[in-house]
Design a protein around this ligand. Structure first.
Ligand code: NAD
Length: 525
């Protein structure tokens, strides 16, 4: 890796004025009794004390959002879409402030922060166009032709609890809110404390675009403190985070008989096929592994290479990793930034140390870099990793990847599937038909042929979710909007012909059976 030398002269982006930070803190539903000390990741210096919400604040947030939601749902769809169109314009005009806030509070590379802006713009564009079709009422023939009809209506659920992680805070919080709001719901949004400012700024743009004041409520706090109140007040929970927290939230949602989407962790494989173009596969694997310093649910932690390509692939991959630009600067130079916190650095270091202690080899990297910033870890490539090592089975969630070999496609598929997770898989090969066929054998919600992860996730028309312990439900596509609605079946009978008279019941049975036979022949029922 190469490092940026500008960290000693780091100057915070000018957009982070006390006025802006104070305004954003003022948007949090909180009595201000407790605060969270929010720090700049590259320096560890305080940014501001974030107000925290109590369970009572969360309950109050639902009352406000619920009142606003009724009026919002009553507005015609085109009026709700007009607000989102203005939001899209405001986002493209103010993207730089989003990127500034996100970079200071998460320590991610500036290019990655910019990608989050693109994700929200793309998701908004998609649903602006698709919502009228997705939410359109569908008329169906009723049980008795001509005299009856039945209409499928999508009614907004009410108020959605949206709980988001720090790793893609802006993209997840805003992109997941978009279909919920367009469908007529309110949202109580709980971003992670570590990434609260950019999310809150996004909500301020929604309000500036004309979103009713109370409709999106922001609450902040540690999960165990306000999680129960968040789930208990909701009509649906949209959760993104770890598998462990997903289980807690899913269980509580189940108790409350409400539905939820759980977007959880991954341990994602990349298979290099024997006909892969290494000029594309090597940079593709690099991006898939080290984007966001390896703190992406879909990022690659396992690379499988044919035994006779191993030496060549590994040589090229390690050489490319050694050229990766890592740095703590607020410009577009670094390709990789820091980890989110000293605790994350500790976890990543421990996973690598455990692997080394149990016999793995570090091909490059393998060290913390306090000289760059307090949370920096070198991009690291391991070999000789086994399932006895923590990194062999668990999500390391940092810039660490291991290379393995395989001797047949069947073995590669079996190795890729040998995990409790199933979020993303990447397959590289020139024969697209063959590569796709291999991909379809992987037990994973996302399959990317000749790409690390972006191709599937950025296809907003197609739902994205996880298999196995990687999740329940999905986001994007029609499903990503319909899940925020309840289905109502409105049936109308022009003349009552369904109740049988008490007398002559047996003759009626004969008539009914004949009717059922005719219906099947005509394909009616
Ligand atoms: P996390 O589960 O610790 O926290 C996620 C969010 O849930 C945070 O806002 C947190 O405050 C909140 N939370 C924690 N405990 C809670 C509780 N008991 N009740 C309610 N809310 C609670 O996860 P994290 O470490 O912040 O995020 C990283 C994880 O998220 C990784 O496992 C990653 O793979 C996963 N992730 C998945 C996706 C996806 O789309 N599948 C996307 C991004 C991240």
């Amino acid at each position: 890796m190469t490092t940026s030398t500008e960290s000693s002269t780091l100057v915070r982006p000018a957009s982070l004025t006390p006025e802006l930070l104070g305004r954003l803190c003022g948007m949090v539903v909180s009595d201000g009794a407790t605060t969270y000390s929010h720090v700049e990741v590259y320096t560890g210096q305080p940014i501001i004390d974030l107000p925290q919400s109590s369970p009572e604040d969360v309950t109050a947030a639902y009352v406000t959002a619920r009142a606003a939601q009724r009026a919002w749902a009553a507005r015609p769809l085109r009026s709700r879409l007009a607000v989102m169109r203005r939001f899209h314009e405001l986002l493209l005009a103010n993207w730089e402030t989003v990127v500034d806030l996100m970079q200071v509070e998460t320590g991610k590379a500036r290019r990655m922060s910019f990608e989050e802006v693109c994700d929200v713009a793309m998701t908004t564009s998609h649903y602006l166009k698709a919502a009228p079709r997705i939410l359109k009422e569908r008329k169906h023939g009723g049980v008795i032709p001509v005299v009856s009809r039945s209409t499928e209506v999508h009614v907004p659920k009410g108020v959605i609890a949206l709980i988001s992680p720090w790793n893609f805070p802006f993209a997840i919080s805003l992109s997941d809110s978009m279909p919920a709001l367009i469908a007529g719901n309110g949202v109580v949004l709980k971003p992670d404390n570590k990434s609260a400012l950019c999310v809150t700024y996004g909500v301020s743009l929604l309000r500036e675009a004309g979103l009713p004041e109370g409709l999106v409520q922001i609450v902040l706090g540690e999960g165990p403190d306000i999680g129960p109140a968040l789930v208990d007040g909701a009509d649906f929970v949209m959760f993104t985070g770890s598998t462990a927290t997903g289980r807690v939230i899913g269980a509580r949602a189940g108790q409350n008989l409400i539905d939820c989407t759980l977007e959880l962790g991954g341990k994602n494989p990349l298979i290099v096929l024997d006909d892969a173009d290494l000029d594309e596969a090597v940079p593709g694997a690099m991006f898939g592994t080290f984007l966001n310093a390896g703190q992406a649910c879909m990022h690659i932690e396992r690379i499988y290479v044919p035994a006779d390509l191993e030496a060549e692939f590994t040589r090229r991959f390690v050489a490319a990793v050694d050229q990766l630009r890592v740095g703590a600067t607020y410009d577009y130079g670094p390709q990789m930034g820091g980890l989110i916190s000293p605790a994350a650095l500790e976890r990543v270091s421990a996973h690598v140390q455990d692997a080394v202690d149990k016999g793995a080899t570090v091909l490059t990297g393998g060290r913390a870099r306090p000289d760059i910033g307090p949370t920096f870890y070198e991009p690291t490539v391991l070999t000789g990793v086994t399932k006895e090592m923590v990194h062999g089975t668990q999500e390391t969630f940092g810039p660490v990847v291991s290379i393995y070999t395989y001797s047949s496609i069947d073995e590669a598929v079996a190795l890729a599937n040998d995990t409790d997770y199933g979020l993303n898989a990447s397959i590289w090969g020139k024969d697209l038909k063959r590569a796709e066929a291999v991909g379809r054998r992987i037990e994973s919600g996302g399959i990317n042929v000749n790409d690390g992860l972006a191709c599937s996730y950025a296809s907003k028309r197609t739902p994205s979710g996880g298999f196995k312990n990687s999740g329940v439900g999905a986001r994007h596509g029609d499903y990503g909007m319909l899940k925020y609605t309840d289905l109502q079946n409105v049936a109308v009978l022009k003349k009552q012909v369904l109740t049988s008279p008490d007398e002559g019941f047996e003759e009626n049975i004969v008539k009914t059976l004949k009717g059922l036979a005719i219906m099947r022949k005509l394909g009616i029922r």
